[in-house]
Write a protein that binds this ligand. Structure first.
Ligand SMILES: Nc1ncnc2c1ncn2[C@@H]1O[C@H](COP(=O)(O)OP(=O)(O)OP(=O)(O)O)[C@@H](O)[C@H]1O
Ligand SMILES: *[C@@H]1O[C@H](CO)[C@@H](O)[C@H](O)[C@H]1NC(C)=O
Ligand SMILES: *[C@@H]1O[C@H](CO)[C@@H](O)[C@H](O)[C@H]1NC(C)=O
Ligand SMILES: *[C@@H]1O[C@H](CO)[C@@H](O)[C@H](O)[C@H]1NC(C)=O
Length: 348
């Protein structure tokens, strides 16, 4: 389009029309903005459909509407504690009953751990999503937290659960690779959370790492224990340390180990801090546990060999992001799934 075609002299009579047109366009923009923001401001919510409740509310299975989080009063009078189902350094967890539903009531174990408890609660409130256990209520005064109960417990019990005849049908590489997808999706969510880049610090060995996640009845994974999620901010030069003690072994990332040799005793002040890539280093080990040894799992391991090798890069910056690992898992799940189903078709 030539310059002249666009250039029109505006006569007096046209001015109100032009203004009117501009106003209409402006209004249209505002309208479009509000319409589109419904869909694009939080893409995570749009993929979850109507399941999510507004902040401060929850909905469990078979609940029609969202309810506000239970208050201290409601927790004291409406929740009946049944039996202890777990205990960690920070919380003692009881299977409990609320309105004929099973729920999990967590109580602070000792006042020394109060800071972790409060941090965990703050994270639980801020990170409610399909990746995190559903919060039903809390009482800071009593140091209690009420969450959805997951009878299959933490990921530690995965192998035993899959060994039960009831669950044999899901003990396949497909279902187990989907669990790995869930796991990396959680790490990815934490690394790109609404609060910034959060590191899963409660993960100095495999059993500890597994105990932070729950297996849901429909075989997906949710993060449960968010007591140790420090914030990394690359642009502000803020890095983290997971605890103040010396770490050993090769489950933790190499940058988490004391770098100054045996001749120099460990000193927390001299220990360098690190970033979220420590979570990526641990992914292949968690993956290997989740995938286990079933028919077809060696084939899956083979297809993920390169990405897992990259996760184990010595230099944190050489490791892929959680998003890159997630994309690779999903691609392999898709391509192997397709290959298997076309093989099955050929057999028929
Ligand atoms: N909602 C739940 N449903 C079923 N079991 C649960 C639930 N919440 C916790 N548990 C069980 O209780 C255990 C301890 O819970 P949690 O990890 O929250 O305690 P913690 O004191 O924070 O642990 P840590 O020592 O890792 O900090 C879990 O590993 C799990 O086995
Ligand atoms: C699985 O079950 C079999 C018997 O049904 C038992 O021998 C085996 O030890 C179980 N394995 C695990 C990991 O629980
Ligand atoms: C990270 O630091 C930058 C610069 O100090 C700041 O603008 C930004 O808000 C911080 N991000 C988070 C998530 O705290
Ligand atoms: C599986 O269960 C979890 C928690 O109970 C729920 O959030 C999720 O929507 C369920 N997924 C499917 C596919 O039903």
């Amino acid at each position: 389009v030539g310059q002249h075609g666009n250039k029109k002299t505006v006569t007096h009579g046209e001015v109100p029309r032009v203004v009117g047109l501009l106003l209409a366009m402006a209004l249209m923009n505002v309208f479009l903005y509000f319409c589109l923001s419904q869909f694009f401001v939080s893409p995570r919510q749009s993929t979850e459909g109507l399941r999510l409740c507004p902040y401060g509310h929850f909905r469990m299975e078979q609940m029609r509407n969202c309810s506000p989080w239970l208050s201290c009063d409601e927790l004291r009078t409406e929740v009946r504690q049944l039996k202890r189902v777990g205990e960690g350094a920070v919380k003692r967890v009881f299977l409990s009953e609320w309105k004929e539903r099973k729920v999990a009531l967590s109580r602070l174990t000792s006042l020394e751990m109060e800071d972790d408890f409060i941090h965990g609660l703050r994270m639980l409130k801020a990170l409610q999503s399909k990746h995190v256990v559903t919060l039903l209520g809390y009482c800071e005064e009593d140091k209690t937290i009420l969450t959805e109960y997951h009878p299959l417990g933490s990921l530690i019990h995965l192998e035993e659960t899959l060994n039960l005849s009831k669950y044999q049908r899901v003990n396949t590489w497909q279902h187990r690779l989907r669990l790995a997808v869930d796991y990396v999706a959680i790490i990815n969510y934490l690394h790109r959370s609404p609060l910034g880049t959060l590191v899963m610090c409660d993960s100095n060995d495999l059993p500890k790492t597994l105990s932070q996640y729950l297996l849901t009845s429909n075989f997906s994974i949710v993060a449960n224990d968010l007591d140790a999620l420090p914030l990394v901010n690359h642009s502000a030069g803020i890095f983290v340390k997971c605890g103040h003690r010396e770490l050993h072994g090769d489950f933790v990332a190499p940058e988490q180990l004391w770098p100054h040799g045996e001749h120099m005793p460990f000193h927390d002040d001299l220990m360098p801090s690190y970033d979220e890539k420590i979570d990526i280093w641990k992914v292949p080990d968690v993956f290997s546990f989740l995938l286990g040894h079933v028919e077809g799992s060696d084939m899956v391991r083979f297809h993920l060999f390169d990405i897992h090798k990259a996760c184990k890069s010595q230099a944190p910056k050489d490791r892929p992001t959680a998003q890159e690992v997630l994309d690779t898992y999903q691609k392999v799940l898709q391509s192997l799934g397709d290959a298997v189903s076309s093989q099955t078709r050929e057999m028929l």
